[in-house]
Every structure is written in structure tokens, then in C-alpha cells.
Write a protein that binds this ligand. Structure first.
Ligand SMILES: Cc1cc2nc3c(=O)[nH]c(=O)nc-3n(C[C@H](O)[C@H](O)[C@H](O)COP(=O)(O)OP(=O)(O)OC[C@H]3O[C@@H](n4cnc5c(N)ncnc54)[C@H](O)[C@@H]3O)c2cc1C
Length: 279
């Protein structure tokens, strides 16, 4: 591995401004955060770039804080940071729950929220959570900053509207009313990529998002509207089946994913129907 890495260039900016100037003037550069996804790419020979931008020295991308009522999570927040954060556990407990299901403690210590978003896998465990939280991805380049809702961020399978001179600097999460719910179904409890992953909020207008059942993470507007209108669960489950496009792949079959998605909807609805459990 040392031989392979020695042929690569790693630029190590000390500030966000410097990093953004390097991206603009010295590109193309591939940002490196925790390197958990990129390392897999090196291993399988799917990373062809030779020049990288190390984000680890950028303090501006760290931290989890409240700005007014908005929860602001820096792109370099690791899964361990999310699990340990009292703010995340209070405001968005399903994000901490999702983080606990990612990989192993080693991956949780290195992998970052920004990396999970930018990697754009439809199986990314945090993505359904951010979708139901109606989070905004904060993107910055040397010229300025823009906010994009998570729903609009993904344009296709592993495609985003992030430009090559931009970095994800943070994720902003508005306050959420209602009971939050998360479930990941994989081959086993740890070290497993999801076959299906669902996040949901039980509110007068429920919010439901699924991962691993379409080219991108998906919200289910028709299913949500039926449940909001008091339709029977079976009708909502039938609508859900039309709102997803699962495929057969190494991890599962389309038929299994359809069945499990409908079952998860039923589970969400049943488990959030009573008064909230007091801690
Ligand atoms: C053994 C193993 C198990 C795993 N298990 C899971 C799992 O259960 N669930 C799951 O969802 N994922 C899992 N992953 C995937 C991975 O750990 C996550 O996607 C992780 O969050 C990626 O973050 P990172 O900081 O390591 O990203 P990196 O590998 O550093 O980067 C990933 C991509 O994002 C880009 N990027 C990173 N940060 C930024 C930024 N701030 N701005 C712009 N672009 C950026 C990089 O250029 C690269 O294209 C697993 C990976 C491994 C190796």
C-alpha cells in the first residue's frame, strides 16, 4: 500500500479558504475526509485520480452546534461524534441510531457524515434520516455558499449536483415535530450494508424515506399523503410499492426489498401509534 500511496499527491490545507482556493486553482482534486470509502476504491482500483485534498486539518468543518433553532452538523463529524453528541441525541435521535448501525467502531471513528452524503450511495444509512429531517446540505466554493435540500442534492445513481470546486461544509437540520423512527435491515447487526433502510417521523403529515430501494434515497409523498388522510395501512403499503424501484443485486432481491419495505411501514405505524414512551 505504501508504494501505491507514494505515487499519489495529498495537499494539506490549513484553512477552509485555502482548501477552496486549491480546489478552484489546482483542481481536479478529490477531497479526503475519513477515507473509509476512498480506501475501498483504492483497493478495488476504481479511484483513478492521483491528486487529493486532505480535509482533516479544516476546523471549520468540525463541530455540532445549535444556531437559533437549527442544528448545524459539520461535515467532518464522525459517526462516533454523532453517537456521543447530546444535541444530536436530543434533536435527531434517529441520526445517532443510524450512526450506531454503520460498519464497526473503527469505521464509526473515521467515517464522516459529509463523506456519507458525498459518496452518494443509495444505501448510505444517514441519508433517509436527513431526508425525513428535511435537512439542507451546505456547499461552499471560493466564490460563496449555497444550501441544497437533501432531496434535491441527488440527481441520479451516485450523482449529485455538487460541483468539483465545492465542498460540503455542514448539514443544517430544522426542528422536527413528531416521533422519530429508524430501522435498518441487513444480513446481520454489524458490518452489513443495508438491504433496506427506513427513517420516518410520525406527525400529522408523516414523513417517510427509504434507502437501498431506488437509485437514490427516496421520500414517499403519495404514501405519506394517504397516511395523513387516514387511509388504511394496506392502501399506504400498496402506494409504497409504486414509489420504490428496488433491484436484484449482490445483497438482496427486488422482491425481498419490496416485501420488507411494506413490512417496515407497518412496523413504523404500529410502533408509533401509542403515546411516546417516557425514558
Ligand atoms: C468496512 C466498511 C463498512 C461500512 N459500513 C457502512 C454502513 O454500514 N453504512 C453506511 O452508510 N456506510 C458504510 N460504509 C461506508 C463509509 O464508511 C461511509 O460512507 C462514510 O461515511 C464515508 O465517510 P468518509 O469520511 O470516510 O469519506 P471518504 O472516504 O473520505 O470520502 C468519500 C467520498 O466523499 C467525498 N467527500 C468526503 N467528504 C467530503 C466533503 N466534506 N465535501 C465534499 N466531498 C467530500 C470524497 O471525495 C469521496 O468521494 C462502510 C465502509 C467500510 C469500509
Amino acid at each position: 500500500m505504501a508504494t501505491l500511496l507514494s505515487r499519489l499527491a495529498l495537499l494539506e490545507p490549513r484553512s477552509l479558504d485555502q482548501a477552496l482556493r486549491l480546489l478552484r486553482d489546482e483542481g481536479p482534486l478529490v477531497p479526503v475526509a475519513g477515507c473509509t470509502d476512498l480506501f475501498v476504491g483504492f483497493h478495488f482500483g476504481t479511484v483513478s485520480n492521483r491528486r487529493f485534498l486532505d480535509l482533516q486539518g479544516l476546523r471549520a468543518l468540525r463541530g455540532i452546534r445549535l444556531r437559533g433553532e437549527t442544528l448545524v452538523i459539520g461535515a467532518l463529524a464522525t459517526y462516533t461524534d454523532l453517537i456521543r453528541s447530546p444535541l444530536v441525541r436530543r434533536r435527531l435521535p434517529i441520526l445517532a441510531e443510524a450512526a450506531r448501525t454503520v460498519g464497526s467502531p473503527q469505521i464509526q471513528n473515521r467515517g464522516t457524515l459529509g463523506g456519507n452524503i458525498a459518496n452518494a450511495s443509495p444505501a448510505g444509512d444517514t441519508l433517509p434520516v436527513l431526508a425525513v429531517a428535511e435537512a439542507a446540505v451546505v456547499l461552499r466554493n471560493a466564490e460563496g455558499e449555497r444550501r441544497v435540500s437533501l432531496g434535491a442534492f441527488y440527481t441520479g445513481y451516485r450523482e449529485t449536483l455538487m460541483r468539483s470546486d465545492e465542498l460540503i461544509v455542514a448539514v443544517e437540520v430544522p426542528p422536527i415535530e413528531g416521533r422519530q423512527w429508524f430501522r435498518k435491515v441487513g444480513t446481520r447487526a454489524a458490518q452489513a450494508i443495508s438491504k433496506v433502510v427506513m427513517a420516518a417521523v410520525r406527525a400529522p403529515r408523516p414523513r417517510i424515506a427509504l434507502g437501498s430501494v431506488a437509485p437514490t434515497v427516496v421520500r414517499l409523498p403519495r404514501t405519506e399523503a394517504l397516511l395523513a388522510g387516514g387511509a388504511p395501512l394496506a392502501e399506504a403499503q400498496a402506494a409504497l410499492a409504486l414509489e420504490i424501484q428496488p433491484i436484484d443485486d449482490l445483497r438482496s432481491t427486488a422482491a425481498y426489498r419490496r416485501r420488507v419495505s411494506a413490512n417496515l411501514l407497518g412496523q413504523f405505524w404500529a410502533e408509533t401509534s401509542g403515546p411516546p414512551l417516557t425514558p
